[in-house]
Design a protein around this ligand. Structure first.
Ligand code: ACO
Length: 379
């Protein structure tokens, strides 16, 4: 029988259009994003991050009792132990917070009694701990690098409230900012087979442990073509400086074939629904913070990119000015993304473990062939 050429037409750089698995966690139809069948617009307008996490993990919205129990479970796991804080203080802080977070989550495994149990119940317990602690960790990083003691979270408050409370050094957060943070956590919670969710699933597919899968995901999210773009948006706006220079900046970037951060998407061609929601939030918050010129500059970049290239903003574009308006340090934007996306990563890991086959694609050979080894002194 003739050998089948598996490489013929099989190469797709970046796996564009390749369907890598079946999933019931989230899906994109046109320019609509859905979590377990609910649109992101519906959830952002009505839900909470705790409720959305329950939805992603359980394939249904909780009733009042289930939501109260789950929220309590999460909130009780937010605090870091004094022993663990001591260890965290030994990690260098003159590094990117995403690198620090990657190390901190890896270390967490060594304090987790379920670390090597890959059963469904143990994975659920670990997911609660990981999701509850991710926000606390990034706030602890910010405190430690400033030479301060990390602020302990309050178990009777929501995760969004605690994020703003701990980031603010223990000051009572503004109710409006808490609501904004909660909405941001919902908007970023999952996004189908994005780069970091895929990284989670690839690592889980070897039946490695959950912490390892999440460390892979954090590494993938860190990159500027994925979650790292939100931080880059502010750096770009600061570099441009004034409205007058914005259009030319975009044209120069396009002429030089450089990426304009926060713009473009592999899947959405008619706009990212999350960006539409964040745009309105950015308009209001930048006004309140007295930095509306940053929003105006953003909309000009947005329009210019559309007119010049037909590309539209993704989730990272307007979330940048939303976080910046609330006084959050720019380099913490991507860790905040991680503190939300952990819920989606865990949901993808559950799904992968429950119906696993190891990911093992092929590479199309493009290198040399038939070479013969010679001793080093003859080369
Ligand atoms: N700025 C300038 N040109 C762009 C941009 C951009 N932001 N995005 C895409 N393009 C151009 C490319 O140069 C290419 O043009 P060409 O056909 O003339 O060569 C074309 O659009 C297709 O772009 P690709 O990079 O091939 O698109 P891909 O689907 O591989 O990448 C991505 C999608 C990574 C989001 C890309 O648009 C990008 O790099 N954007 C900037 C970084 C960013 O915002 N990342 C966050 C994405 S959302 C998230 O992960 C949370």
């Amino acid at each position: 029988m003739a050998e089948v050429n598996i490489y013929e037409g099989a190469l797709d750089k970046g796996l564009e259009g390749v369907v890598a698995c079946t999933t019931k966690v989230s899906f994109i139809v046109g320019d609509s994003l859905n979590f377990r069948g609910y649109t992101i617009d519906d959830l952002a307008a009505n839900s909470t991050f705790e409720e959305v996490t329950y939805l992603l993990w359980n394939d249904k919205l909780p009733n009042a009792q289930e939501l109260a129990a789950f929220s309590t479970q999460l909130r009780n796991e937010m605090a870091l132990s004094p022993d663990f804080i001591k260890v965290l203080k030994a990690i260098p802080t003159n590094v990117h917070p995403m690198g620090w977070l990657r190390t901190a989550v890896s270390l967490m495994a060594h304090w987790d009694s379920d670390a090597n149990d890959n059963g469904a119940e143990a994975n659920l317990r670990k997911s609660v701990r990981l999701t509850a602690k991710m926000g606390t960790l990034l706030c602890a990083f910010d405190a430690i690098r400033k030479g301060k003691e990390p602020v302990a979270p309050k178990a009777d408050k929501s995760m969004a409230w605690n994020m703003m409370y701990m980031l603010g050094g223990g000051a009572e957060p503004k109710a409006e900012h808490v609501k904004v943070m909660d909405t941001c956590l919902i908007l970023h919670a999952d996004h189908e087979l994005n780069c970091s969710a895929f990284a989670t699933r690839v690592t889980a597919s070897s039946l490695s442990d959950l912490h390892s899968a999440i460390v892979s995901a954090i590494g993938a999210l860190k990159g500027p073509l994925h979650g790292g773009a939100n931080e880059q948006v502010i750096l770009m706006l600061q570099k441009i400086g004034t409205m007058e220079k914005a259009q030319q900046f975009v044209k120069d970037a396009l002429a030089a074939k450089e990426k304009v951060m926060g713009i473009g998407h592999r899947v959405y061609k008619n706009g990212d629904p999350r960006a539409r929601i964040l745009r309105g939030m950015s308009d209001k918050l930048t006004k309140d913070a007295g930095i509306h010129h940053m929003y105006e500059m953003s909309t000009l970049i947005d329009d210019t990119m559309f007119n010049e290239k037909g590309l539209m903003p993704n989730v990272d574009f307007y979330s940048a000015t939303v976080y910046f308006s609330m006084g959050i340090p720019t380099d913490l934007f991507t860790p905040i993304f991680a503190a939300s996306r952990i819920s989606g990563w865990c949901a993808h890991a559950f799904e992968q473990y429950a119906n696993n086959r190891i990911y093992r694609p092929r590479g199309k050979w493009a290198g040399k062939e038939g070479l013969k080894w010679t001793p080093a002194n003859q080369r």
